[in-house]
Design a protein around this ligand. Sequence first.
Ligand SMILES: [Zn+2]
Length: 278
Amino acid sequence: MAALKIGTAGVPHSTKARSTQNGIKRVAELGLECMEIEFVRGVQMKEPTAIKVNEIASKVNVELTVHAPYYVNLNAKEADKVKASAKRIMDAANIGSIAGAKSVVFHAAYYLDNRPKEVYEAVKKELIEIRKQLDDQGNLIHLRPETTGSPTQFGTIEEIVKLSTEVPGVYPCIDFSHLHARSIGAYNTYEEIYQVLDFVKKELGVAALEQLHMHLSGIDYGDKGEKKHLILNESDMNYEAVLQALIDFNVGGWLICESPNLEEDALLLKETYEKLQK
Ligand SMILES: [Zn+2]
């Protein structure tokens, strides 16, 4: 069985004295196995803290991933905005790597009024450059563009997987809830989730499934896609179908829960995952 680790998007709510370090310890106490460090409003963590975070995570055996700032658009019209976006991803990758994170996830771009094909090429060009800089620094952290929740955002499963086939060091982050919201209700049956994983396997090989970065939570959506995250059991997200497909494809890596109740739903996912395996 590939090792699938389940954990929270950020510091669990039940953490006393909120900090990344205490959050990691709390994740371990709860019996969860990974945590995403949320740099969504900017990378504020400094190197000495990242070093401590790395030590604590190794000690309590919690694996880390990083979410880069939301304020990223590799398809911005203005060159300085593209540059600032690339820097935000680089900063998250650099501090994340020092903290011991294996993967950095980000929302790559907005289509604006460009054709998806052109946006794809713009994102690809920037990711090649970011990857080159990281490689030059010896930073092997996985760059993970995410499947996004709104049709105005770059990030269909096809786009994300194609980038992963064409840019070495780029891998997919599959947000199942975003796929569901973006398509206004699809990607919510076992067959549909099976097709997604089968597509990843065919395009990227079984190794991509053995180390996959994923997001899952309840989600509210309308005709423009994602509205907000919900508690799993207060949404129509068919998480059991997702978990069953993950088991059947022997998927490993990190399944990060972004529900508003964080650790409660992460624990629900873990319990359900274990129950379905029996
Ligand atoms: Zn995200």
